[in-house]
Write a protein that binds this ligand. Structure first.
Ligand code: A3P
Length: 275
């Protein structure tokens, strides 16, 4: 029907499903899952367990906001609801759709060196299609140019994608997380996210330990609010894959390709990510 977000508001004090207050829109392979899992440590955060793909897939969007709300976890009034679908960032029709739901929703993007991101994305697709040619063959065209249309490259042009979002949302409403920092100093990087979301500082160093064999920060065990015990654990096997070694000359060309685009992005978001 002619849906209006106010129809779905809940009575004060009622536990129920609420439309998200914040959305993690990307970037694919930036560390979106780790970011969401870390935020879930916070008692005031409730998150969808799987990617909803409401705004990017027409068959879902056509179901309307009530369908979207149904996909959310239950929350209490003091909690915020977060959803992550990494394809939102690069889908140009999404910003307007998000704006139509709520012009005050908070938008989070976790970014990562676009060269590494491309290799990570390629590594993931090759798991499904083991017969794919090597990365070097896919990224360099027969004429010797970089294939800029290849999605693994196109997704990494962050400044370009961000431009579509800035048509609808002020930059103060979009927070960028460094994917690299979230691995090196998770507690420090997540503090900035807590502040952006107006959450009480809660997630701290003591929530993480560095797992040498995984090569990534993992979660320490803890007793949850409801009294149950969660054991120490790392992200699953599909997070933190081994990447194939890429030829040095190809890496160098990709870094050169992305350098000016990265500089543009740094100046748009007022943060240097040092890629
Ligand atoms: P790789 O598997 O290429 O290393 P996404 O969840 O958006 O698909 O991102 C996956 C990436 O999250 C991984 O890419 C990995 O680098 C990154 N990541 C960040 N923190 C992590 C953590 N604590 N454990 C595992 N992977 C993490």
């Amino acid at each position: 029907g002619d849906s209006d977000a106010s129809e779905f508001e809940l009575e004060e004090g009622e536990n129920g499903k609420r439309l998200p207050n914040a959305i993690i829109i990307g970037v694919k392979k930036g560390g979106t899952r780790a970011l969401l899992e870390i935020l879930k440590i916070h008692p005031s955060v409730r998150a969808c367990s799987s990617e909803v793909h409401f705004f990017d897939r027409d068959e879902n969007y056509e179901q309307g906001l009530e369908w979207y709300r149904e996909q959310m976890p239950t929350s209490s009034p003091g909690q915020i609801t977060i959803e992550k679908s990494p394809s939102y960032f690069i889908t140009s029709k999404v910003p307007e759709r998000v704006y139509r739901m709520s012009k005050s929703v908070k938008v989070i993007v976790i970014v990562r060196d676009p060269t590494r991101r491309a290799i990570s994305d390629y590594t993931q697709s090759r798991e499904r299609k083991p017969d794919n040619p090597p990365f070097e063959e896919m990224v360099i065209k027969d004429n010797g140019d970089i294939d800029e249309e290849w999605s693994k490259i196109a997704f990494g042009r962050y400044a370009e994608h961000l431009t579509h979002w800035l048509e609808y949302f002020p930059s103060s409403q979009i927070h960028f997380v460094s994917g690299e920092e979230l691995i090196k100093r998770p507690a420090k990087e997540i503090k900035l996210v807590e502040r952006f979301l107006n959450l009480k500082p809660f997630i701290a160093e003591k929530n993480f330990y560095f797992n040498e064999s995984k090569g990534f920060p993992c979660f320490v065990g803890k007793i949850t609010n409801s009294g149950s015990v969660s054991k120490a654990h790392c992200m699953g096997e599909t997070k933190g894959r081994k990447h194939p070694a890429i030829r040095g000359d190809v890496l160098k060309r990709l870094r050169e390709y992305f350098r000016p685009l990265n500089e543009k992005f740094y100046s748009m978001v007022q943060r240097n990510f040092h890629w």
